[in-house]
Design a protein around this ligand. Sequence first.
Ligand code: AMP
Length: 414
Amino acid sequence: MGFASLGLNQTLLDAVAEQGYNTPTPIQTEAIPAILEGLDVMAGAQTGTGKTAAFALPILQFLSAQTRDSSGKISVRALILTPTRELAQQVHASIVKYGAQTDLRAALVYGGASINTQIESLKAGVDIVVATPGRLIDLMYKRAVDLSQVEYMVFDEADRMLDMGFMDEIQRILKVLPPTRQTLLFSATFDDEIFKLSKTLLKTPKLIEVDARNTASIQVEQRVYAVDEDRKRELISYLIGSQNWQQVLIFTRTKLGADALAKEMCKDGLKTQAIHGDKSQGARDRVLEEFREGKTRVLVATDLAARGLDIEELKYVVNYELPFKAEDYIHRIGRTGRAGGSGLAISLVCEDENYLLQDVETKLETQLPQQWLPGFEPDLTREAKKAPRRNSRGAQKQRARERALGKKPTKRRR
Ligand code: AMP
């Protein structure tokens, strides 16, 4: 089925063709007609499924069909909230591309960049605002943005917004929005918190789930290598070098870990940079740009920094350490295999992380068999020496957390 059958007007069909999209992705096929019908939507879709176009195209269609205020005043009629600056930038860039042939104006507001420039861009009058919650609230308090005319509201990556503790900000923003509006909520994962939020936000929403709940993108091949913790770096540098992988995104749990690994990998001769929340926005943009352009071969990121990154044709994602939350595994590997491309997700799992692997397997409802790379087999004698082991799940968890915090792990009880 092509885009033409979804109810989009010719201008937007042209925009889609211009992007080289031939066939709508499953989320687009389901969400676009529902949104055009005027329904609230709650969609389970991770980044990489084409969800941005799924909400942006119908909103652009609505806005361009409506006539603006007769006084010539342009009011904000669509608000899109995202958890991170990077995602806000990407969504804004997509809206600008898809809406290039309309006269609609979109502003991008996020923290870490000059508020005055953003105030200026809003002053000129905009139809669409793409924002991260904290900065939007700053602008509301400065009376630089009027949200009283908002008709379309999107929560993008709502699960991550809650994870990042934006609930208070969301409530404050909701207070100034008109009650009659169409609301769209996109979330990679659903849990009770999301359902609770959806009840306060959405009116009899259409529930759209393109993938089974909490499943990883099917185009991604997942490989798990069992390896001793102190040989992880060597193994990954070897894989990247020997297989000639370009554009590899590696996840660590901590900012310190990301910096340290990037430094070590540079010593291995691989051009590597780290991206995380302690870097200034300018530095993050620069690092990302260099990675996109292929000037940097490896990018080491923390979960928050990598959230929503859309890098075309990213083929390799590495879990240098498994995340504490199984949903983060899904988000991480969703950076590859996007919109139909194929991808490879590698997880390096040391003995202490086995319980985290089990959590991931439970979430995915599948087993991810571990393999050993010749030359990097885990040293089993180390473990044997520790027998008899009292290696409870709790103790493993404790040690992994301590390690993540940079502490010396508690000795195992014999
Ligand atoms: P998103 O999930 O919105 O971050 O989109 C992921 C990637 O898929 C982006 O690079 C989009 O440009 C691309 N994309 C979106 N829709 C389509 C489509 N129908 N066909 C091909 N690529 C698409």
